[in-house]
Ligand binder design. Structure first.
Ligand code: SF4
Length: 305
């Protein structure tokens, strides 16, 4: 746990009228032990910037789910398009979320040179799913239907299920063998609960689970839980489309009543922190350091008397 070191602005007057000397109550501003941008996203951004210096480049979809990063990429001259058909540059980059072989072929069929910024841990998830299918398991992905990573994991499969809730599990048809993997940014405790639900519901089936939740997600989730338990208010920083930031906020809300999901310091409101002794900060894997720093600076400046 990173406790921000003492500074006069960390202190607020608790009661200046009831004693001869003012009573000071420190507001602890605490950063989660693990927060913010993961290596997969950093590497993808670095690759996009490097390649764009060599050749005109378009990224297929959001390289990361963070509006300020996307703005910076556009400002560097990099195009962003949702579909290969709309790409005007000779080269196109697949995002850290990865893509199916079908999607790669589709892009190549437009004559595009395809570069991949796919995170190695997403590649690992692809290999795990392929292995389950090779061994005769019906693939089940625990994740958000329609999310770009889940589309990449499933588009090449003949048959599959995508589940995110107990209700989804109740709608699955029975199979002799289920091979379960997860979107890399799902909370691992939720994934394990759903695996157990599948095992309970299909007690006669063989259920094999491949743990494909990535290590940075596990670390950020565990650190967010620890942070929320000791904070009066938690600020979760990240883009509105970021699945892992939303999941961090959901985890914090289970352990802290006052959780605020912001994209940056401009969204913060002083009234949220009334009476708080400990304010925690966490951030999703696509949130840049400078945005987290600006949130912390705001708290340092505005929680002063
Ligand atoms: S969240 Fe995990 S899988 Fe996704 S880019 Fe980061 S490290 Fe890779």
């Amino acid at each position: 746990m990173n406790i921000i070191p003492f500074s006069p602005s960390n202190f607020v007057v608790q009661s200046a009228t009831t004693s001869l000397a003012p009573t000071w109550r420190a507001v602890r501003i605490v950063r989660a032990d693990h927060l913010g941008m993961c290596f997969g996203v950093r590497d993808a951004i670095a690759l996009a910037l490097e390649e764009s210096r060599r050749q005109p480049l378009t990224i297929l979809g959001e390289l990361v789910h963070n509006e300020s990063v996307l703005r910076d990429l556009r400002a560097s001259g990099i195009g962003i398009e949702a579909h290969a058909a709309a790409v005007q540059t000779p080269a196109v980059m697949i995002t850290a979320h990865g893509a199916s072989e079908k999607a790669l072929e589709r892009a190549r069929s437009y004559g595009l040179r395809v570069l991949q910024a796919t995170c190695p841990l997403v590649h690992f998830a692809h290999r795990a799913v392929q292995q389950l299918v090779r061994e005769g398991f019906h693939p089940v992905i625990i994740g958000q239907r329609g999310h770009v990573e889940v589309r990449g994991l499933t588009e090449d499969l003949a048959q599959f299920d995508v589940v995110l809730t107990e209700e989804d599990v109740r709608h699955m048809a029975e199979r002799p063998r289920f091979g379960v993997a997860a979107q890399t940014t799902q909370p691992v405790d939720k994934v394990r609960r759903l695996v157990e639900s599948i095992r309970r519901r299909f007690a006669r089936s063989e259920v094999r689970y491949a743990d494909t939740v990535c290590q940075p997600t596990k670390q950020r989730q565990a650190a967010a839980l620890d942070l929320a338990r000791q904070s009066d208010v938690v600020v979760v920083v990240g883009g509105t489309h970021s699945n892992n930031t939303r999941e961090l906020a959901a985890t914090c809300r289970r352990h802290c009543a006052r959780v605020h999901y912001v994209q940056g310091a401009d969204d913060l409101r002083a009234g949220w922190f009334a009476g708080a002794s400990t304010v925690g900060i966490t951030a999703g894997t696509s949130t840049p350091d400078d945005i987290i720093d600006s949130v912390e600076d705001w708290l340092q400046s505005n929680l002063a008397p």
